[in-house]
Structure formats: C-alpha cells, structure tokens
Write a protein that binds this ligand. Structure first.
Ligand SMILES: Cc1cc2nc3c(=O)[nH]c(=O)nc-3n(C[C@H](O)[C@H](O)[C@H](O)COP(=O)(O)OP(=O)(O)OC[C@H]3O[C@@H](n4cnc5c(N)ncnc54)[C@H](O)[C@@H]3O)c2cc1C
Length: 320
C-alpha cells in the first residue's frame, strides 16, 4: 500500500499511475478533492490549455482554449471517478512514523500502514505574509474569491502577478475603487498575455491607481500607508487583498523528516529521476518540489512526477 498525502492533480495522477502497475494506493486529503483549485478565485481561468492539465489520459474538453476553475473541478472529479480511486477527504496527515516498507501514517482521524509515502501537498495552504502592522485585521485577505463583495469600496490590491491583476480587473469592473501596489517597477512578464494589456491600459487611463516600486507599511481599520518613490502616502481603505503569493508548509515537511536546501528556495531534497527524498521510501510530487520558487512548477510540468514515482515504487516495492 502506498499512501499519497494530498488529492491535488498530481496526487491523483500518482494514484492512477500506481493503479496502472497494480500497486494499491490510498489518498488522504485534508480538504475536498483538488482543494487548492476549489479555493482559487471563483471565476479564474487557467493559463494552461486544457490538454496540459490532463491526467491519466482522461480527455479534458473545455468550452474555450483555457479552462475555467469550475471546468477543472468537474474534470478532476471525473478523472478520480474513472479510475475509482480510494480517497479519504477531510482527513489531515499529521505524521509519518516508521521506516521504508514499514511506515505508519498518522492522521487526525486514524492511522494507516504503508510501504511507501508520496507527499504531494502543494503550496496553496500557507500565504506569504508581509509582516506589516495591521495585517491581522479582518479586512485583509490573502485569498480572493469574487468581486461582488467589493463594489463601491476602496480596495488596495498588493502584488504584480496573475492573482493581483485578476483581482484588480474584476473588482474594478464591479465598481470598486481600486489601488494597486507593486514592489517591482512593472507588472510581471508572466501575467497572462491576454490580460496584461488590459491592466496596463486601465493604469494608463487612470481607471486603476497604481504605485510601482512601492510597498505597504501600515494598515489601519480605515486607511493604508504606502512607501512610494515619491514619499509616504496614506489613503482611505476598506479592504486589502494581499496577493503576495503562497509557500509550501515547511513545518510539515520538517515534521515528515524531509530535508530542505539551505538556500532561500528551501526546496525539498530529492532524487531528480525518482523523486525519492532523503528519507528512504518517502517521495515528493507536484509543485511542493519547488520550495519557495512557486512560479516555475505547474500542473503541466509536474504531472510527469507520477510516472517517475510509480516506476521507482514498482522497482523497489517489497511485498510483505
Ligand atoms: C491562482 C492559480 C492559478 C494557477 N494556474 C495554473 C495553470 O493555469 N496551469 C498550471 O499548470 N498550473 C497552475 N497553477 C499552479 C498549479 O495549478 C497548482 O499549484 C496545482 O494545484 C498544483 O498541483 P499539486 O497537486 O502539486 O498541489 P495542490 O493542487 O496544491 O494539492 C495539494 C493538496 O494537498 C492537500 N494537503 C496539504 N497538506 C495536507 C495534509 N497534511 N494532509 C492531507 N492533505 C494535505 C491540500 O489540501 C491540497 O488539496 C496555478 C496556481 C494558482 C495559485
């Protein structure tokens, strides 16, 4: 039995590849199926085309070339159902005890024996904090869901990537008074190519205020203070959407005895061919492999991990 921690796209893909080799697996997921995608902004469109998000050769047909969050939720439900995967939802893995071929995986509800463990926990559960006074106020959100709540409100959006730009455009079009604060001198090059001109034009025509080379220094219930190249500015504010990115749960990785690199990336240490970590019999899969570098690994370029891991498990599995 292989226990897979996390029912994201890559956890599902790994279970499918193991099944194809007649190796039983069980997925343990702390939330719902594909919990990260479920928590993306409600109206999000992927930057990948649908065939690049496919797993287990299940066709992903979407209405447009880039699928929506809702289509992806339906697709991954269908993929899990097609292979009749064994998935335990709303159960959190807390510890991996024991050793290779003889693990006990401890959850908040039960414990499971496993010969190998695959950790595919993603990076969407832990937001990168700004550590500024007022960040703990309830009006500050690190996850954006939909625009309606922000109509006729003064909304500050922090960040220059896809999440910040999508939130800025959607809230602006729902009658929010939007200010964008970006640390860098420009909007990120990686912003979806069909969206970038839109945000740049809204800024150019002063429909959205933007401060580049700037950052937030303080948040109070009715205002925010910004450090800009022109000096300190304090502006009226009702909501802050801090789209500052996310990071893997390093505490959990350390608790699993998975070693991390010493540099700023804090990547798990693993064999590039097999994805096995420093801890024998424990593998990493999916975007968690990138550590703090969350912008170079995606579904499209990590779904291959599933095959590599399944091949290695097949080679090594000792049938008890
Ligand atoms: C807004 C946004 C848009 C994106 N768009 C694209 C795109 O267009 N194309 C693309 O290829 N990629 C895209 N990505 C990146 C990629 O989709 C996601 O990061 C993807 O979900 C990664 O898949 P994963 O299986 O590695 O991890 P995840 O999907 O994050 O799955 C990890 C799962 O592990 C679970 N988990 C965590 N800890 C535990 C625990 N202790 N016990 C049990 N379960 C646990 C989580 O609840 C989660 O369901 C996007 C990311 C974001 C944030």
């Amino acid at each position: 039995m292989v226990i897979i921690v996390g029912a994201g796209p890559i956890g599902l893909a790994t279970a499918i590849e193991l099944q194809r080799r007649n190796i039983p697996s069980k997925i343990i997921e702390r939330g719902c199926l594909v919990n990260s995608i479920f928590n993306y902004p409600k109206d999000m469109t992927f930057f990948s085309t649908s065939e690049r998000l496919e797993i287990g050769d299940v066709p992903f047909i979407s209405h447009n070339s880039k699928p929506t969050r809702r289509e992806a939720l339906e697709y991954y439900r269908r993929a899990a159902e097609s292979y009749d995967l064994d998935i335990h939802l709303y159960e959190e893995v807390q510890a991996i005890n024991g050793e290779d071929n003889n693990f006990t995986v401890q959850t908040d509800k039960s414990s499971y024996e496993a010969s190998k463990v695959v950790v595919s926990t993603g990076f969407y559960d832990v937001p990168k904090m700004m550590n500024v006074p007022g960040e703990e106020l309830p009006k500050v959100k690190h996850y954006y869901d939909e625009a309606h709540a922000y109509a006729w409100q003064d909304v500050l959006i922090i960040g220059g990537g896809n999440s910040a730009v999508d939130a800025a455009l959607e809230t602006y079009r729902s009658h929010a008074n939007v200010t964008l604060v970006v640390r860098k001198p420009h909007i990120k090059e990686s912003v979806k190519y069909w969206v970038k001109p839109d945000i740049e034009n809204r800024i150019k025509y002063e429909e959205i205020d933007a401060y580049f080379n700037s950052e937030v220094t303080q948040i109070t219930p009715q205002e925010v203070t910004l450090k800009t190249p022109e000096g300190t500015k304090t502006i009226s504010n009702d909501f802050v959407l801090a789209m500052t990115g996310y990071q893997p749960n390093f505490e959990l990785m350390t608790q699993f005895n998975i070693a991390l690199t010493n540099d700023a990336k804090r990547m798990p240490i693993y064999d590039e061919q097999t994805l096995e970590t420093n801890r024998d019999g424990v593998y990493v899969a999916g975007v968690v492999c990138g550590g703090m570098d969350t912008s170079s690994l995606f579904i499209e370029n990590t779904r291959i991990h599933a095959e590599h891991i399944a091949n290695d498990v097949e080679d090594k599995l000792v049938i008890a």
